[in-house]
Design a protein around this ligand. Structure first.
Ligand code: APR
Length: 322
């Protein structure tokens, strides 16, 4: 149980008051999440520092074409991201959002993140919409095979994708200290050799046997999951008015996710942007009746929600394998 003794506020008092007053009386609320929410957990964002994986921009590897061209490289990228996500923890922003979902019935979280940290923070699934899928779902890449698997946390997903460590290749007894202290080599660094991969050693579909499995994420050029889009459309249609949309840790440049800001505004929503970079605002801007909170989402979000959720309690992390 994390005690949160009175810390100096990270939010200007006046803005905090007006925001909390609005939040308390709001009944229809949306949170749109981006990679910045997980930055404090230790995961790189896409367009910030660390957005390059080896010599590739994440976007270059996140396409069906890249997978068709070099499934081994794309799987090394996604296995690395699974490994990283499994070795970090949800942060107070993830927990605060989960708690707000328990406290406010008319609250929904639309997450662009595929890292699994919101589910691990116990965010109720009924009010969490994963727009871009999850690193921990896989599906057959064969067009005619409909095999899918959810919540696959196997790390590495196949032995051939194991992240090389500092002790690889050394004839050492695995029970010794040096073996235990072996560290992962940082394969996001282009100077670190990637292990050779044979297509036969990549994850294959257990149903059609021939198709390669692919990560269950939405790649550039692909449509978002229809059931998720339908659920959100229905939630918005059912809302006579929307009181608030919070745009948290996202550059809000990728559509259709970014379009939810204007859809909410059309239903009367005030906008609250929480972002490290004051230039990263939604395309339609931030008006006088809106808020911009500059800084770390992991610090700001729990503060903003305090009047509704109190001091957040961190529940055991679903993926805790201790
Ligand atoms: N707290 C709040 N905001 C932060 C923090 C932090 N600790 N760290 C970074 N940010 C902000 C950055 O200023 C930036 O505006 O988070 C945003 C991250 O933006 P992107 O890297 O563009 O990530 P995102 O908006 O999630 O990208 C959208 O694009 O690449 C695709 O599918 C991918 O879901 C992703 C989508």
């Amino acid at each position: 149980m994390a005690s949160t003794a009175a810390r100096p506020s990270v939010v200007p008092e006046k803005d905090l008051e007006s925001f909390q007053a609005h939040l308390s009386k709001s009944t229809r609320i949306i949170a749109l999440l981006g990679a910045g929410v997980s930055a404090s957990s230790g995961l790189p964002t896409f367009r910030g520092a660390g957005g390059l994986w080896r010599t590739h921009a994440a976007q270059q590897l996140a396409t069906p074409e890249a997978f068709a061209r070099d499934p081994g490289l794309v799987w090394q990228f996604y296995n690395y991201r699974r490994h990283m996500a499994l070795n970090v923890k949800p942060n107070p922003a993830h927990y605060a959002l989960a708690e707000l979902a328990r406290k406010k019935e008319g609250f929904i979280t639309l997450s662009q993140n595929v890292d699994g940290l919101s589910p691990r923070a116990g965010h109720p699934a009924s009010s969490l919409k994963l727009l871009h899928g999850s690193l921990f779902d896989v599906k057959c890449s064969d067009f005619f095979c409909k095999y899918t698997e959810v919540d696959n946390y196997t790390d590495p997903i196949v032995p051939a994708l194991a992240i090389p460590t500092t002790s690889d290749g050394d004839e050492i007894d695995p029970t010794t200290n040096s073996a235990r202290q072996a560290r992962d080599l940082d394969i996001s660094d282009e100077n670190v050799d990637l292990p050779e991969l044979d297509l036969a050693h990549l994850p294959h579909c257990p149903t059609c046997k021939t198709g390669l499995l692919r990560p269950g994420v939405v790649w550039f050029g692909e449509a978002l999951p229809v059931n998720v889009m339908d659920d959100i459309e229905e939630w918005i249609e059912k809302s006579k008015t929307i009181d608030l949309i919070m745009v948290i840790g996202t550059s809000a440049r990728v559509y259709p996710a970014a379009a939810y800001v204007d859809q909410a505004r059309e239903k009367g929503a005030r906008v609250a942007v929480i972002n490290m970079d004051k230039n990263d605002i939604p395309a339609s801007g931030v008006y006088k009746r809106d808020w911009f909170f500059e800084g770390d989402a992991a610090k700001i979000v729990p503060e903003l929600f305090k009047s509704v959720i109190g001091d957040i309690t961190e529940i055991p992390d679903a993926a805790d394998r201790g």
